[in-house]
Design a protein around this ligand. Structure first.
Ligand SMILES: [Zn+2]
Length: 182
């Protein structure tokens, strides 16, 4: 037994980290045009591309200069945004989702599904090598971390409680994504 006691605040944090299902319902945002749904200006980022799949090896010091602080924190300090706060958790636009750091196409919108966890959830990656997977043993849990296959940015985690046909649930920070409307 551990001497560690679970306080309600700690318990809430652990549940948040686990990205588990919750019945909490947040108010639905008004419908927006898909043109309003990109989050960042990438014009100053020379590595950003939706077509170049060559692996990047950019030093963290350079990413720190190029990226907004919240994106750098999630992508390279493995942060997690608060549930129900991101731009895309309940967004249903038609198009694709790219890595907000490098533009690598990660998911097609038709693999996104409504999940009550508060983060954008997908059941399938856009292509086999779009995303890389790593064992994550932080916070006393064994999870699988997902990173961008091109730039290495932290995206979120993958769980095996998703819907058919894959049974997988990619639980991804909105901050890490850029939506490209059709
Ligand atoms: Zn990337």
């Amino acid at each position: 037994m551990s001497s560690f006691s679970i306080t309600p605040t700690l318990l809430a944090s652990l549940l948040l980290i686990a990205c588990g299902s919750s019945n909490g319902q947040a108010p639905k945002a008004p419908a927006m045009s898909t043109n309003d749904m990109s989050q960042y200006d990438h014009s100053g980022n020379p590595h950003y591309s939706h077509t170049d799949t060559a692996k990047l090896n950019v030093p963290l010091s350079e990413w720190k200069k190029l990226l907004p602080a919240d994106l750098y924190y999630i992508a390279f300090e493995k942060g997690t945004e608060r549930a129900f706060t991101g731009k895309y958790w309940d967004f249903e636009g038609i198009g694709t989702y790219a890595c907000a750091v490098c533009g690598n196409v990660l998911f097609q919108a038709d693999s996104k599904f409504a999940s009550s966890c508060g983060w954008p959830s997908f059941f399938q990656a856009a292509r086999k090598d779009a995303i890389h997977y790593h064992e994550d043993r932080t916070y006393g849990m064994v999870r699988t971390e997902t990173t961008c296959g091109r730039c290495g940015a932290h995206l979120g985690h993958i769980f095996d409680d998703g819907p058919k046909p894959t049974g997988q649930r990619y639980c991804i920070n909105s901050v890490s994504l850029e939506f490209i409307g059709k």
